[in-house]
Design a binder for this molecule. Structure first.
Ligand code: MGD
Ligand code: MGD
Ligand code: MO
Length: 708
């Protein structure tokens, strides 16, 4: 082998090999950690990926998912050209058409529906992808529809609601300033946000003490916890309130802080006194001595952070539980000082980067104020008031009842029906529509129910502005040309906006102009950022002195007793205090004697998208339920057996994985599998009344051995 061959084999970038390194971003996981990628490109093809050195989130590293980017972007089932349906919805029969034909059909279809039924009858939807959201939201509003639905109907927004209800603002833990104790309450960052997980390691290396509270014995519990607490699923509200009572009784509460900055302490304290250690042990299954130790650790620390996660909100008692947990920070005065919780604000597209943009104005300024109420307004009034989106978990009910008006068309980017409880109903809904447009990277079941299907490209094939904490900004350029005839989502949205003939000059003028508007108050030249091609730093703003106030709640203080919730006490039976409530979908019976937890994160998958990527699939080749060895023995089930998970509305067949990650009596399964979609058997009415979030993580079930 000659030198050049050896260099080619080793993928060494140089003029002779024709291999270049192009900087891009991995868009597979959630926006916060999205990591910098060095794409090695030869002849327009990505031949290797590595993490970018010095990048704020990953500094040279890539996780399993990021390392599989080549297999992701070159997945066989990429949509290649715009397509028009020629068979029945669901049959998957399509013919290729030109972009001009597709855009024309879309503008005619949407405008016809608007003329016949009103703009509200057109729903603009997106699933997990984030980067194009401000554009899609503005398109909906400029078109005249308030019905903009995203995956936030099940993701993170409930947490933001809970923070805002209680503290008036979203808060972030200041781990870098070394709290004495870090309580990760339902946190598994080693799996769900690896860059954050690395902060846990760093904190521990510097002598920090970690408590993990999770019914599943997760990698974070095993690797990081000095104290691991394993409550029964969904009982955290009782646990948190008992801990709060102990803190009050032992005199560890920060009474000066409480008197100066909080509202409703008396009502909260009266409620706490109805919680007892004995009952806590009985309900949660956590030994009393561990509950005492948890109270002592939080109560006696000079600085502590009690960090909740989205996992707590995937319960029908999610908001009250999340509030019960975060109230512990105010109770102990661990707010707005270094090493505790600090207020924060969103910068751009779900990122907290420490500076403020005009994203909210860009998204919201065209909201159609005279339109009929957005989906979910009656049923989830707190969500409707606090979140600039319709609540998608009310979509199917709204469609079926036509109450208060019919839904007739869907315009979707990145929508996967498997996100929704009783997922196939979303496909039934699509079948019933007069017009459906789906834009995705891959051919999904939802695409197969659309009239027009459009090919989107991946982050490797587009330009995009991203920002990172503290004060970093980058404007990527494509590492490779868009594959086939795909385009980036914002280009598609811009084109659709132009064809719809809506009166929105800014939206019709494309990504660059819009992003310049969004960043216009900052001293940053986006052309220069783009030309530099790597991260540059701009000054960060300190949020105003939080405790000086006024705090952005109805009382102007941190609210143990939520006045925003109190408004719905009588009409919706809501409780302004963070009480413990049962979170199961039905009472326990002999038939349904186990608890099902679904969708905890797994290292080799993100929702539905990576189960079809061979390297990642090989790490867990089949959909499997984790069952504790004791339960397996009792049920006569061994590793690899075929089993049914049965809930009150149906069953799915999976393999048994005998594992102590699940506690006795609890079953764990990951979501997003096409051949065993757990959401098919999660009742769609099992929702948190405050946020509308589904109770994905607390369902009654039983396990049956499948006949061979
Ligand atoms: N049982 C259970 N269900 C859950 C959860 C759970 O814990 N348990 N978690 C919930 C949560 S938190 C979330 S966030 C949701 C996520 O659920 P989904 O939104 O279903 O997430 P994905 O399947 O990752 O992605 C949706 C679609 O976006 C497409 N896509 C990806 N990138 C792009 C792009 O750049 N442009 C376009 N046009 N399309 C793109 C993908 O191909 C995919 O079809 O699932 C929820 N569902
Ligand atoms: N690898 C990977 N990473 C991801 C994703 C992915 O699909 N794959 N998805 C991304 C998205 S969209 C999101 S929203 C985040 C979610 O991020 P997280 O909220 O951190 O992730 P989850 O694994 O859903 O939930 C965290 C933990 O909550 C626990 N939990 C469930 N019920 C209870 C309970 O009743 N009490 C307590 N104490 N704990 C409970 C679960 O066992 C789980 O270990 O992850 C993001 N990161
Ligand atoms: Mo999510």
């Amino acid at each position: 082998m000659n030198t050049l061959d050896r260099m080619l084999r080793a993928k060494i970038p140089s003029e002779e090999t024709g291999i270049e390194i192009k900087r891009t971003i991995c868009d597979i996981c959630t926006p916060g950690p999205q990591c910098g990628v060095d794409a090695y490109v030869k002849d327009g093809v990505v031949i290797k990926v590595e993490g970018t050195d010095g990048f704020p989130t990953n500094n040279g590293a890539l996780c399993t998912k990021g390392a599989a980017n080549r297999q992701y972007i070159y997945r066989e089932d990429r949509i290649r050209t715009p397509m028009r349906r020629v068979g029945n919805r669901g049959d998957g029969e399509y013919e290729p058409i030109s972009w001009d034909q597709a855009i024309k059909a879309i503008s005619e279809g949407l405008n016809k529906t608007k003329a016949k039924y009103g703009a509200e009858s057109v729903v603009f939807m997106t699933g997990y992808p984030k980067w194009y959201r401000p554009w899609l939201e503005r398109l909906a509003y400029s078109f005249g529809s308030p019905n903009y639905i995203t995956e936030s109907s099940t993701c993170h927004r409930a947490e933001v609601m809970s923070w805002k209800l209680t503290y008036g603002v979203e808060m972030r833990p200041d781990i870098a300033n070394m709290p004495d104790v870090l309580v990760g309450w339902s946190c598994n960052p080693l799996v769900s946000a690896y860059p954050m997980g690395r902060n846990y390691y760093k904190y521990k290396e510097q002598g920090g003490k970690v408590v993990i509270i999770d019914p599943r014995r997760t990698p974070t519990a095993v690797q990081c916890a000095d104290l691991y607490i394993r409550p029964r699923v969904g009982t955290d509200g009782y646990l948190a309130n008992t801990v709060a009572r102990l803190i009050v009784e032992k005199g560890w509460a920060d009474m000066d802080f409480i008197e100066s900055y909080t509202h409703g302490f008396k009502e909260y304290k009266d409620m706490l006194m109805t919680y007892s250690l004995d009952e806590a042990e009985r309900i949660t299954g956590v030994p009393a001595k561990d509950i005492m130790e948890l109270a002592r650790l939080i109560g006696t620390a000079k600085k502590a952070v009690v960090i909740p996660s989205n996992g707590l909100c995937h319960h029908s008692n999610g908001i009250t539980t999340h509030r019960a947990v975060i109230c512990l920070n105010a109770l102990t005065g661990n707010v707005a000082k270094p090493g505790t919780f600090l207020p924060t604000f969103e910068t751009f597209v779900d990122m907290l980067a420490g500076f403020k943009t005009l994203e909210e104005e860009f998204r919201q300024e065209r909201f159609p104020k005279n339109a009929r109420p957005k989906i979910g307004s009656d049923r989830f009034p707190i969500w409707s008031e606090m979140v600039d989106e319709a609540q998608g978990m009310d979509l199917l009910r709204h469609w079926q009842t036509k109450d208060p008006y019919p839904i007739k068309a869907i315009y979707a980017h990145g929508v996967n029906n498997r996100m929704y409880p009783q997922s196939s109903l979303l496909l039934e809904m699509a079948k019933d529509m007069e017009f459906v447009v789906a834009t995705d990277i891959f051919w999904t079941d939802f695409c197969k129910h659309a009239d027009i299907v459009l090919p989107a490209c991946t982050s490797f094939e587009r330009s995009e502005v991203k920002c990172y904490n503290p004060g970093y900004i980058v404007y990527t350029t494509p590492a490779i040309e868009p594959l086939y005839e795909s385009l980036d989502d914002v280009e598609i949205i811009t084109w659709v906006a132009q064809a719809l003939n809506i009166d929105d000059e800014l939206l019709c003028s494309g990504y660059d102009a819009c992003v310049k508007y969004i960043y216009k108050d900052l001293e940053v030249d986006l052309d220069e950022v783009k030309a530099v091609g790597t991260l540059i730093k701009i000054p960060v703003e300190s949020p105003p002195d939080y405790l000086k106030g006024p705090i952005n709640t109805p009382s102007g203080k941190i609210e143990f007793y939520s006045e925003a919730i109190a408004k719905y006490k009588d009409s919706h039976g809501m409780n302004p205090l963070p009480v413990f409530e049962d979170g199961f979908d039905c009472p326990e019976t002999e038939d349904l004697d186990m608890a099902l937890i679904t969708g905890g994160r797994i290292t080799n998958a993100v929702h539905s998208r990576l189960h079809d990527v061979p390297w990642l699939r090989s790490l867990r080749p089949e959909p499997a339920a984790d069952i504790n060895p004791k339960d397996a023995e009792h049920l006569g089930i061994v590793q690899g057996d075929d089993i049914y998970i049965v809930t009150r509305i149906g069953r799915i067949k999976v393999k048994a994985n005998i594992s102590a990650i699940s506690a006795p009596g609890e079953v764990n399964i990951y979501h997003g599998y096409k051949e065993a979609n757990i959401n098919e058997i999660i009742p769609r009415d099992h929702l948190d009344p405050y946020s509308g979030f589904p109770g994905f993580k607390q369902i009654r079930c039983r396990i049956e051995k499948a006949e061979v």
